[in-house]
Design a protein around this ligand. Structure first.
Ligand SMILES: NC(=O)C1=CN([C@@H]2O[C@H](COP(=O)(O)OP(=O)(O)OC[C@H]3O[C@@H](n4cnc5c(N)ncnc54)[C@H](O)[C@@H]3O)[C@@H](O)[C@H]2O)C=CC1
Ligand SMILES: O=C(O)C(=O)COP(=O)(O)O
Length: 525
């Protein structure tokens, strides 16, 4: 039974779903990195929010880990390259808390416009400072959206409902989408110059880090109010403090900080500054949504192999999974076959599909070919880390779909480029489910690729099959299946034998000693 650790506070629905789906679950929150390192080895899955930091060091101890599920959106607390290299799938729940977070941004915008936190504190202190708190209206003001994705577009929608003018800076926002959203697409400098309020909704990346830098803040409209419900690090906090002090920025509301938990900050106590402790996603509705989604996605993966919302591997829907399953088995076997047979460095791999195979989602097929190929050299390779490792080794990966149907109703061909030239293998599915090799290095040969096999290339000559049968018999090796193919009569012939036990070096030496034998190799599937 797969076992999952929930290491951050999560709605109880998550644990309930794991149990219902046959996944064992422990909920242990608030552990130090050292404590997490000591326990992570027991688990197949790790369910987190933003508190747990899944570092490379933790992943190194995660000997059984297959999936990390983020009950939320941002995954900047997960070292995704390290997880990918280890073959661990990382998934998030990209929509479950977006409305809630957008609402928090709007709430903070009102809090700034009407100085609600300060007015509340003053009133509850018995001061009744009616003349101290003069606000501003939102109607007709310009809201500058930095990042117009899921959350940004909900914020834009709500802001338009408040009769604000919305302008957006997002390099990936198409003009059509901007029209659909009812926003004006602008460059960052224009946004800074024009916005009365600025709200940030981008992930934290190398491009967005300090997007509101000291220089950017200096370009803002005097008296601007800024909201950040996305990620700490998007704003230079020291520069923001100075801009608040100078009055360049009239108000700033931060839900997220460079260092979290933020227990001290020069910003604290600054007039016009409002903060919440990373509460963007904290509503009961959003927490139930993300808990249910993450548990279902992780259970799907651990129990059935379904992949949804993974950040480091292609999705595989519950409908596609059964159709793709035999193709992935075929793809993995063909990848493994070329990996075992092709010698020396490979610099290019082409994965061609024809007929029915060409109509399927190609990404999982490509992932499975690469996993088969790379696993020849490492036991820890799987569909997740294979493409990553292949690219790291400089392998040029090509996907080619042929609409036409050839001799076979469905065909998958894998060709690798080696120093000795191209090497190609092809396979089909018998009865739409049984993987079958149909071509090996240009020679037609039909074979199942299963268990231990012996691969022999020899000169096609009478008597050879008898001799090899005798040699195996004398070695006490039982032949399961026997497949033959040849380029042309009297030319090069290929023999693929499945055998009931592992092929020993002694057997290889005996076969190699037979007249006419050019190559002998043990294969394993
Ligand atoms: N405070 C909280 O509790 C929560 C925070 N978040 C954070 O909100 C952020 C946004 O989430 P979503 O809207 O769901 O993400 P999304 O992926 O739907 O949208 C992000 C947008 O940022 C844009 N973008 C990327 N690079 C950019 C750049 N250099 N300049 C301008 N725009 C750029 C993208 O094109 C995309 O449209 C994430 O960082 C997420 O972690 C999400 C949920 C809760
Ligand atoms: O979903 C996100 O990106 C968030 O930042 C929410 O964080 P949380 O799960 O509340 O710690």
């Amino acid at each position: 039974m797969p076992k999952v650790l929930i290491s951050d506070k999560m709605d109880p629905k998550a644990a309930q779903i794991f149990r219902e789906r046959g996944v064992e679950v422990d909920e242990i929150t608030g552990k130090t990195p050292e404590e997490l390192m000591a326990m992570i080895g027991d688990y197949d899955g790790l369910a987190i929010r933003s508190s747990t930091k899944v570092t490379k060091a933790i992943l190194e101890h995660a000997t059984n880990l297959k999936v990390i599920g983020r009950a939320g959106i941002g995954v900047d607390n997960v070292d995704i390259p390290a997880a990918s290299a280890k073959g661990v799938v990382v998934m998030n729940t990209p929509f479950g808390n977006s409305i809630t977070t957008a609402e928090h941004a709007i709430a903070l915008m009102f809090a700034l416009a009407r100085q609600l936190p300060e007015a509340d504190a003053s009133t509850q202190a018995g001061k009744w400072e009616k003349n101290r708190f003069m606000g501003v209206e939102l109607t007709s003001k310009t809201l500058g959206l930095i990042g117009a994705g899921n959350i940004g577009s909900i914020v834009a929608d709500r802001a338009r409902g408040l009769k604000m003018k919305v302008i957006a800076f997002d390099p990936f926002l198409t003009p059509e989408r901007a029209i659909e959203m009812g926003v004006e697409k602008v460059e960052l400098d224009q946004l800074l110059a024009r916005a009365d309020f600025i709200t940030l909704h981008t992930p934290l990346t190398e491009q967005t880090r300090n997007i509101l830098s000291r220089e950017a803040l200096a370009k803002t409209k005097k008296g601007v109010r800024i909201i950040n419900c996305a990620r700490g690090g998007l704003i230079d906090e020291a520069a923001l403090k100075d801009a608040l002090d100078s009055g360049q920025v009239a108000g700033a509301a931060l839900d997220v900080f460079v260092e979290e938990p933020a227990k001290a900050s020069p910003l604290f106590g600054t007039p016009g500054f409002v903060s919440t402790p990373h509460l963007g996603a904290s509503t009961s509705e959003a927490q139930v949504n993300v808990a249910i989604q993450v548990a279902e996605q992780m259970a799907d993966f651990l129990v059935n192999g379904g992949v949804t919302n993974a950040l480091n591997m292609p999705s595989l829907s519950a409908e596609e999974a059964p159709r793709l399953k035999p193709y992935m088995a075929l793809a993995e076997k063909l990848g493994s076959l070329v990996g075992q047979l092709a010698h020396g460095a490979l610099d290019q791999i082409s994965i061609e599909t024809e007929g029915a195979a060409a109509e399927l989602n190609q990404k999982p097929i490509v992932g499975a070919v690469l996993a088969g190929l790379m696993r020849v050299h490492s036991d820890t390779v799987n569909m997740v880390n294979a493409p990553f490792l292949a690219r790291e080794r400089g392998l040029d990966i090509r996907e080619i779909r042929h609409e036409r149907e050839g001799v076979y109703h469905t065909l998958l061909r894998v060709t690798v480029r080696t120093q000795a030239g191209d090497r190609s293998v092809a396979g089909t599915l018998f009865g739409n489910e049984a993987p079958r090799l149909v071509e090996l290095f240009g020679i037609k040969v039909e074979a199942d690729l299963d268990g231990d096999m012996l691969y022999v290339v020899n000169e096609d000559a009478p008597g050879f099959i008898g001799r090899i049968g005798t040699t195996l018999g004398e070695s006490g090796v039982n032949i399961g299946t026997f497949h033959l193919g040849r380029r042309d009569a009297g030319g090069e012939a290929v023999l693929l034998l499945s055998v009931d036990e592992a092929v020993t070096p002694d057997l290889i030496a005996r076969v190699r000693a037979l007249p006419g034998v050019k190559t002998v190799m043990a294969l394993k599937f």
